[in-house]
Design a protein around this ligand. Structure first.
Ligand SMILES: [Zn+2]
Ligand SMILES: [Zn+2]
Length: 177
């Protein structure tokens, strides 16, 4: 669904969509939808601001990624309201500036308008945590033997704590050899 700035000048556009996995390119190889994304809301022009668009609504989806620590697949449900603003790049708003006093996110669009899927992608990315882990208590993978320590403790702890030095030693030995 495309929001054409000219159409929004006449009236706000309402949307109520279901987006199947694969239709949005999250531009992140380690991020995928685990189910259908559902979103509804409206897109409108902001009064008195040249070509500025506001897209607001609600979206729900379950996202899936590989845990940063143990590499096992983990799921993160997104179910939240959003309000995103977009300004035309070519109206002299070009320099990215912080917007005063709001948590609202400001983006830019090129040309005639904005694709809804692009807005939804942005909302999902903002809703995800910075650290993508399967759980706060994830123990991760042992750097020495590769064992997933959530499943089984290995015996390499002492060695692991010292592995910066062993790495250095390896480098210097390799240099001599
Ligand atoms: Zn994990
Ligand atoms: Zn180990």
């Amino acid at each position: 669904m495309f929001f054409h700035v000219r159409d929004l000048g006449i009236r706000a556009a309402r949307f109520d969509v279901e987006v199947a996995p694969g239709q949005i390119d999250y531009q992140d190889g380690n991020l995928r939808q685990a189910n259908v994304l559902k979103a509804s809301g409206k897109a409108e022009l902001v009064t008195g601001a040249l070509g500025e668009m506001r897209v607001s609504g609600h979206a729900s989806v379950v996202m899936e990624y590989d845990c940063d620590r143990c590499l096992e697949p983990a799921r993160y449900p997104v179910d939240s309201d959003f309000t995103l603003y977009y300004r035309p790049v070519d109206e002299g708003y070009g320099d990215e500036k912080e917007i005063d006093g709001g948590e609202a996110e400001m983006g830019f669009y090129e040309g005639d308008g904005m694709e809804l899927n692009h807005v939804l992608r942005e909302h999902v990315l903002l809703a995800l945590p910075m650290q993508r882990v399967c759980g706060e208590s994830c123990k991760g993978i042992c750097p020495v033997c590769g064992q997933n320590r959530n499943q089984k403790e290995c015996q390499c702890r002492a060695v692991a704590s010292d592995d910066r030095w062993s790495a250095l030693r390896e480098i210097s030995t390799a240099g001599r050899g």
